[in-house]
Design a protein around this ligand. Structure first.
Ligand code: HSE
Length: 439
C-alpha cells in the first residue's frame, strides 16, 4: 500500500529544481523502500513567464502564496525562498495551518526558530531543517538523534564552501583573494554579491543553529562573533604554512558548563588536523563528545542535488514518523536558565610584523609581550631586509585578545609595525591514556 503525500514548494530556484528532479527520478525507489509517493501540487514562483529547465504540469506554478499555504490538501511545505522575508512569514503561516515545514533556509530559521517551533508544537506540525546547515551532511540528525548520549564540548566546522574554495585556491596556487573570488563567481560557487559568504555571515547563521543543538540551549545568531576572509593575504597563508598551519574560515563553538563561545573567523589550524585537509568547496564538521570522542563528518554543503538529498530525506522522515519531535531545550531567546555567551575567549595568536632589523628590537617586542602577560611560543624572522625592515612572525601561547592588543600598543612604530593578526586553534592532543582506559 503506497501512501500519497501532497506537498507544495515555496520557491523553485536551483535547489527547488533539484528536489523536483530527485523526487521524479527517485520516485520508484521511494515508493518501493518507504511506501511513499510525493505529489507536488503547487509551486510558488515569482513569475509565471520565466523560462525554466523543468516542464511543470499545467496549473502547478502559482504566484499566489495562499495557493500553497491555504490548500487543505497540501500536508507539507518545502521552503526554498532563502533570506528572512517573506520566507519566515510564509513558514509561520504554513505551520499555523498545521502543515509540516521543511526548510533549507538558515537565515530565516536561525533568526526565527523559536517562533517557528512554537507554532509547530501548537498545531502538531513538523519542522525539519537538515538542509539548512551543510546541505547533504547529516549533521543535524546526527546531533539530534545519534549523538544524544554525549556531552558535546566542541564543534569546529568548515561550513561555508565558497570561502573554503577561495582559501584553498590561495593556499594551493598562491592565488590572491580577488582572483580566487572571481573564479568562485565564474564557477557559480559565489554569488554576484558574495558578502554573506566572504564576511562570514552565512557560516555564523549555521553555527548558531549547530551550537544550539549541540549544547542544548539557544545560541542566538547575534551572539556569534564574526570576521570574514576579505583581509586575508596569500602571504599570511604562506607564512602560516611554513610554521605548520593551514588557514581556514572556521566556525568554532565550545562549551564549558553553561559558558559557551561561538565565533567564525579566519583561523590557523595545524596542517595535520583532519579539517586542514578539507579543500575546495567541501564542508566538514569536527566535534568532540565525551562518549563518542573525536568525530568528523565531511561532504557537500551546497548545490542543487546535495541540498535536495537532505530535503528529500526530511520529507521521508516527516512522512513516516508517527509523532513529530522538537528539540527539548528551552527554545527562547531569553530562557531562565541560559547558556552564557563568553566574549573574552582566549586562543593562541599568529602575528606578522614589519620590524626594524637592528639590535634590541626583539628585546623590546619580547618585553612588551611579557609585560602584557603573553607567552611567546615561536618567533621567525623571514626574508631579506627591505627599507631597513624585515618580516617577523610570532606565534603566542593562549592569550586574550585584550592582552595581545595591550602588548602591540606598547611596541613603538619605529621598532615594529603590525601587518596582520590571525587566531590559531590549538587542538589538545589525543590523550592516549584516555584511549587505553576505554579499550
Ligand atoms: N553559500 C553557501 C556556501 C551555501 O558557500 O557554503 C549555502 O549556505
Amino acid at each position: 500500500m503506497i501512501k500519497r503525500v501532497t506537498i507544495g514548494f515555496l520557491g523553485c530556484g536551483n535547489v527547488g529544481s533539484g528536489v523536483w528532479r530527485l523526487l521524479e527520478n527517485f520516485a520508484g525507489d521511494i515508493a518501493h523502500r518507504a511506501g511513499l509517493t510525493f505529489y507536488v501540487k503547487k509551486v510558488l514562483v515569482r513569475s509565471l513567464d520565466k523560462k525554466r529547465d523543468i516542464e511543470f504540469p499545467p496549473d502547478v506554478l502559482t504566484i499566489e502564496p495562499e495557493d500553497v499555504l491555504e490548500d487543505p490538501e497540501i500536508e507539507m511545505v518545502v521552503e526554498f525562498l532563502g533570506g528572512e522575508e517573506p520566507a519566515y512569514t510564509h513558514m509561520l503561516h504554513a505551520l499555523k495551518n498545521g502543515k509540516t515545514v521543511i526548510t533549507a533556509n538558515k537565515v530565516a530559521f536561525a533568526l526565527h526558530w523559536h517562533e517557528l517551533q512554537k507554532a509547530a508544537k501548537k498545531s502538531g506540525a513538523g519542522l525539519y531543517y537538515e538542509a539548512a546547515v551543510c546541505a547533504a551532511i547529516p549533521i543535524i540528525h546526527s546531533l539530534e538523534e545519534s549523538l544524544q548520549a554525549n556531552r558535546i564540548s566542541k564543534v569546529l566546522g568548515i561550513i561555508n564552501g565558497t570561502t573554503n574554495y577561495i582559501l584553498s585556491r590561495m593556499s594551493r596556487e598562491n592565488a590572491d583573494y580577488e582572483t580566487a573570488l572571481k573564479d568562485a563567481q565564474r564557477l557559480g560557487l559565489a554569488e554576484p554579491d558574495p558578502s554573506s559568504d566572504v564576511e562570514g555571515l552565512d557560516a555564523a547563521y549555521k553555527l548558531s543553529i549547530l551550537a544550539s543543538i549541540a549544547f542544548h540551549g539557544r545560541v542566538p545568531f547575534e551572539d556569534v562573533f564574526v570576521e570574514g576572509i576579505t583581509k586575508v593575504t596569500a602571504e599570511d597563508i604562506r607564512c602560516g604554512e611554513e610554521l605548520g598551519y593551514t588557514l581556514k574560515l572556521l566556525a568554532i563553538a565550545k562549551r564549558d558548563g553553561l559558558n559557551v563561545e561561538t565565533r567564525v573567523h579566519p583561523t590557523f589550524i595545524a596542517s595535520d588536523h583532519p579539517l586542514a585537509n578539507v579543500n575546495g568547496s567541501f564542508n566538514a564538521v569536527y566535534l568532540f563528545g565525551h562518549a563518542c570522542k573525536e568525530m568528523m563528518l565531511l561532504g557537500r554543503g551546497a548545490g542543487d542535488l546535495p541540498t535536495a538529498s537532505a530535503i528529500v530525506g526530511d520529507l521521508e522522515r516527516a512522512a513516516t514518523t508517527t509523532k513529530h519531535r522538537y528539540p527539548t531545550f528551552a527554545n527562547e531567546l531569553n530562557p531562565k536558565i541560559a547558556l552564557k555567551n563568553i566574549k573574552d575567549w582566549k586562543c593562541p595568536f599568529y602575528i606578522r610584523m614589519l620590524a626594524s632589523d637592528k639590535p634590541g628590537v626583539l628585546r623590546t617586542i619580547a618585553s612588551a609581550f611579557a609585560d602584557a602577560g603573553v607567552s611567546i611560543a615561536a618567533v621567525q624572522q623571514k626574508g631579506v631586509q627591505k627599507d631597513g625592515r624585515v618580516t617577523l612572525v610570532i606565534i603566542t601561547h593562549t592569550a586574550s585578545e585584550k592582552a595581545i592588543r595591550k602588548a602591540l600598543d606598547e611596541i613603538p612604530f619605529d621598532t615594529a609595525a603590525l601587518v596582520s593578526m590571525i587566531r590559531v586553534e590549538q587542538e589538545n592532543p589525543v590523550n592516549e591514556s584516555d584511549e587505553l582506559e576505554t579499550l
